[in-house]
Ligand binder design. Structure first.
Ligand code: SF4
Length: 398
């Protein structure tokens, strides 16, 4: 019986069961792009803990000082994670993560707990969901919460004590769909198991550190929340049992397809896709696209400073040259037009508008409302259907 964590369940769902094998085997993976997020998490935890000790919000300068200490430690010695020291972090990633965290931490609307919060708190459970020490060999499921706090909510519809689980995300596309992942459901289960007798509800909260947006959803225990938690707990148990059952001599089945596109293990993956029928070819294309994405990401990082030479070619960034309008271009065009005897309305008529022009003009005309801008752009444009070859998820692009 294996021990799972939200990351492994997510690997199985978003990619495939074979990706869980690679994770468990410690297959090396290009992971520098995780470092920014790791640094941001460490900084936010350090700031949060410092605020608990002080009992009041830190000043912006104090937050920056805490962040600098964390970044320095990551660069010098690497992160300490689950009992092991990781490799020292690249300074660029440590500083980027630190800046990201500070930008969020110092926002006036970021609420910091001065008591009743815990950061980077780990929980582990045995097969019967009984709490065990985090490193206990009987553990069946374990997870680390970025932040767990207890607040009092005085809403019109519901009021009471809420356990709030917060997950910080550094990925740009993070949105409310994160609330429905097993990661957030598992965090709600953990909060319930830890605090169930003392709370009236649980708030799942996801913060997009890039945009500063927070997405949240409340479960009130007396209004179906208890049943919901039990259902998620059963689903996680069934998912773990299924992943165990798939394991045949240390190998779970590969499921090449859309999940390969963003799979970190694409380069190491040994999924053998045979045949040249349409289905097999589609799977091979998805796998190749996944490999291509990892190769490009890794090579971009490796050749950032200097291209590498392979035979008679060079791989890396190369200088490109294109032309772009000067800031003064509109004024210069207008002056040239008028000096030839034309008027402004003739100049506007001579332009072939692009969608960018439409949006820019709509923004100037209706600065107060994005909906009104969109309505104008819709009025001035028309939909044209086309075809584009590629791999798409049902209901939208991958
Ligand atoms: S590359 Fe594709 S088949 Fe291989 S582990 Fe990743 S998702 Fe699975």
């Amino acid at each position: 019986m294996g021990c799972y964590r939200p990351t492994t369940l997510k690997l199985a769902s978003a990619h495939c069961p074979r990706a869980v094998d690679f994770y468990e085997d410690g297959t090396s993976v290009y992971r520098e792009h995780f470092d920014t997020g790791i640094a941001a998490h460490d900084v936010l935890a350090k700031i949060g803990e410092a605020i608990l000790v002080k009992g009041e919000r830190l000043t912006d300068d104090q937050m920056r000082q805490e962040a600098a200490i964390v970044a320095r430690g990551l660069i010098e010695s690497g992160r300490w994670f689950e009992g092991s020291r990781e490799l020292p972090m690249h300074a660029e990633n440590a500083f980027e993560g630190s800046h990201l965290a500070v930008a969020y931490a110092t926002r006036p609307d970021t609420v910091w707990a001065t008591s009743g919060a815990r950061y980077e708190v780990g929980f582990a459970y045995d097969a019967k969901w009984q709490k065990v020490p985090y490193s206990d060999p009987r553990r069946r499921f374990r997870l680390i919460l970025d932040k767990l706090e207890i607040i009092t909510e005085e809403g019109e519809d519901y009021a009471g004590t809420l356990a709030v689980v917060t997950d910080y995300k550094s990925a740009w596309p993070t949105d409310e769909s994160e609330l429905a992942t097993y990661q957030m459901r598992a965090q709600a289960v953990a909060a319930y198991l830890e605090l169930g007798g003392k709370i009236d509800g649980i708030r799942r909260q996801v913060v997009n550190l890039r945009t500063g947006k927070t997405y949240s959803d409340d479960l009130w225990l007396e209004s179906g929340g208890r049943e919901q938690i039990a259902e998620w707990q059963d689903e996680i148990t069934a998912y773990m049992d299924a992943l165990d059952a798939m394991d045949q001599n240390g190998r779970r089945p590969a499921r090449p397809g859309i999940g390969c596109l963003s799979c970190h293990y694409a380069l190491a993956c040994d999924a053998d896709i045979k045949g040249v029928n349409v289905g097999a070819m589609a799977q091979r294309l998805a796998k190749l696209e996944g490999e291509r994405a990892v190769l490009i990401k890794s090579l971009k990082a490796a050749t950032g400073e200097r291209s590498i030479t392979v035979g008679d070619s060079s791989i890396g960034y190369h200088v490109t040259c294109s032309r772009t309008p000067k800031d003064s271009a509109s004024g210069m065009m207008r002056a040239a037009w008028e000096s030839s005897g034309g008027n402004v309305s003739g100049l506007v008529t001579a332009f072939k508008p692009t969608m960018t022009t439409l949006s820019a003009v709509a923004k100037l005309l209706r600065p107060e409302s994005k909906d009104a801008q969109a309505a104008l752009v819709a009025e001035w444009s028309e939909e044209k259907r086309g075809k584009e070859f590629g791999i798409t998820r049902k209901g939208g692009p991958a």
